[in-house]
Ligand binder design. Sequence first.
Ligand code: NAP
Length: 244
Amino acid sequence: MKIGFIGFGKVAKNLVNLIKCDNITFLTSAQNRSKTTIENIENSEVMVLNTFKDVALNCDILISVNSPNQALNIAVKYGKYLNGIYLDLNNISPKTTFEISKYVDNLIDGAIIGKIDSSNPILYLSGKDLEKLDFLSDFLELHKISEKLGDASKLKLLRSMYTKSVSAILIESSQIAKNLDLEDEFFDSLTLTEGKDFKNRAISRINNTKNSKKRKAEELTQIIDYFEKEDLTMVKASLKKLNQ
Ligand SMILES: NC(=O)c1ccc[n+]([C@@H]2O[C@H](COP(=O)([O-])OP(=O)(O)OC[C@H]3O[C@@H](n4cnc5c(N)ncnc54)[C@H](OP(=O)(O)O)[C@@H]3O)[C@@H](O)[C@H]2O)c1
C-alpha cells in the first residue's frame, strides 16, 4: 500500500514514525518546500517524487496535512488525480470539509485529538468506507464516529469549545486567587474534587493558552462563526478574555 502526504511537517513526520509496516510505502514531494520540510523528508523513510501531482496519482491513500488555510486549495489542485482515499487531517471547520467534498470523491474527515506527538495520538474519523482505514488502528487509537462527513470536524470544534472556555475561566480564577495570596489553596481545594493531577494539568493548560493566545482566539472565532445560530454566551466571553 502507498500512503502519500501533501505537507511534511510535524504531523506527517510523526505518522511515518508511528505507522511502521513492511508493506506500506510513504510518498511525498519536496516541490517548492521550505528547508525545514526538506530536512523532515530527508530524516524520514519516505519516497520523494517530483511533484505533488505524482504523489496523488500514485498513492492509495492521500493524507492532507499542511495548514487550515491551504487545505481547500490543495484539495482542489490534487484531489482530481486520486483514485483512492483522501484523508484530511487539517484543523479545518466543517464548512471547509463540505467545500473540499465538492472536489474530492473519497473524502474522509479526520481530526487529531490533542497533539500528534503525545504519547497516544487519537484520530477521530467520519465519512464513508471508514473500514478501509481499519489497518491504522494497529498504530493509533481510532474512533470511527459516523458515515457523515463533517462529524469529526464538528466534534473537534465542540471539544475545543469546552477546553478553551475552561482554560479562560482557569486563567481568570487563578489570577484572582493569586491576587488574594490564596493560589496554592485554590488549586489544593480543586484537587479534592477534580482529581490528584489537577494542579499540574491546570497549570499546563493555563501556560499553553497564554503562549498561543492568538491561535486559540482564532479557533474560538471559527467556532462562533460555525455555530452562529446556537447560544454561545460562554464561548464569546472566553474569546473576550483571550483577546484582553
Ligand atoms: N501538530 C499537531 O499536533 C496537530 C494536531 C491537530 C491538527 N493538526 C493539523 O495538521 C496540519 C499540519 O500540522 P503540522 O503541525 O504538521 O504543521 P507544520 O509542522 O507547520 O507542517 C506543515 C507542512 O505543510 C507544508 N505545506 C504548507 N503549504 C503547503 C502547500 N501549499 N503545498 C504543499 N505543502 C504545504 C509545509 O511546508 P513548508 O514548510 O514548505 O511551508 C509543511 O511541510 C495543520 O492543518 C494542523 O492544523 C496538527
